[in-house]
Design a protein around this ligand. Structure first.
Ligand code: ADP
Ligand code: TMP
Length: 238
């Protein structure tokens, strides 16, 4: 496999074409962004940690029957993925209230959400990733009814798998964001799953172990991501 030219650079990752038109190389940079790019920093080791963390989680999801774009780790900061036709939507499931839902609905952080909530957001930094509903998705043609149903179904399946995985490591999966795309007619999980795109709290102390450490200037951001991985049995030096 040969890495060719940069296709696009996002806020945290860059994507490259390869000699295989169906595959891309995803480079996890150390760039860290929050609040739709309003807060930016370079964090040592973050690219490597998120790349390995994501590969570990995607493998677990594949084993549970969830189709993902992940093919293989190529290096510390690079992975080979299937080239997806991305849907411009973010799927968010919340088991516990935190972040924007607290601001929007006036609920207290830490409130249990039973059953978990599901929300769609439009992937558009200029608009601040606004929340959208299924009627908007249909009227603007962002996804078909079938794709909407499949995204919801897969996002909740991910919750079943990962809630248990993190719970076994003494962590609470508070919420997370997933992105999907199409590959040869099939809806496939794309982008990444790492502490950059989810909230994880220690079950006992409720200490924040995810990107809220960066958003809220709590310090030890990458150290915390690594500790999450280690609790799951991941060896970042392997
Ligand atoms: P952002 O676009 O939010 O700044 P990143 O820096 O993570 O995000 O950039 C990665 C980009 O690659 C995102 O736009 C994401 O939608 C896109 N992407 C993720 N997985 C795939 C894939 N398998 N095929 C094509 N594009 C992908
Ligand atoms: P929120 O509380 O800001 O709406 O975010 C909910 C979860 O989804 C949280 O774990 C962060 C993640 N998320 C992203 O990673 N990127 C995004 O653009 C959005 C809207 C949410």
């Amino acid at each position: 496999m040969e890495k060719r030219e940069e296709l696009y650079a996002g806020k945290a990752k860059s994507v490259y074409t390869t000699d295989d038109p169906d595959k891309l190389v995803m480079l996890y940079r150390n760039d860290t962004s929050a609040f739709d790019g309003k807060k930016l920093a370079q964090l040592d080791r973050k690219g490597m940690v998120n790349n390995k963390f994501n590969a570990f989680i995607m493998d677990k999801l594949e084993q549970a029957g969830i189709p993902t774009h992940h093919e293989q780790l190529l290096s510390d900061q690079e992975s080979l993925v299937k080239k997806l036709d991305m849907l411009p939507l973010e799927c968010v499931v919340r088991n516990v209230a935190a972040g924007s839902i607290c601001r929007r609905l006036g609920v207290e952080e830490g409130t249990d959400l039973t059953p978990p909530t599901f929300e769609f957001f439009l992937k558009n930094d200029d608009l601040g990733d606004p929340m959208v509903n299924e009627s908007h998705i249909r009227s603007f043609g962002w996804a078909t009814e079938e794709q909407v149903a499949a995204m919801k179904d897969l996002t909740f399946k991910v919750n079943d798998v990962l809630k248990t995985l993190f719970r076994d490591g003494g962590m609470l999966l508070v919420d997370y964001k997933l992105e999907f795309g199409m590959y040869k007619g099939e809806l496939v999980l794309g982008d990444e799953f790492s502490p950059d795109g989810c909230r994880l709290w220690d079950v006992e102390t409720r200490e924040k172990l995810d990107k809220d450490r960066f958003r809220q200037d709590l310090g030890d951001v990458v150290e915390s991501y690594e500790s999450v991985g280690r609790r799951l049995g991941l060896d970042f030096d392997a």
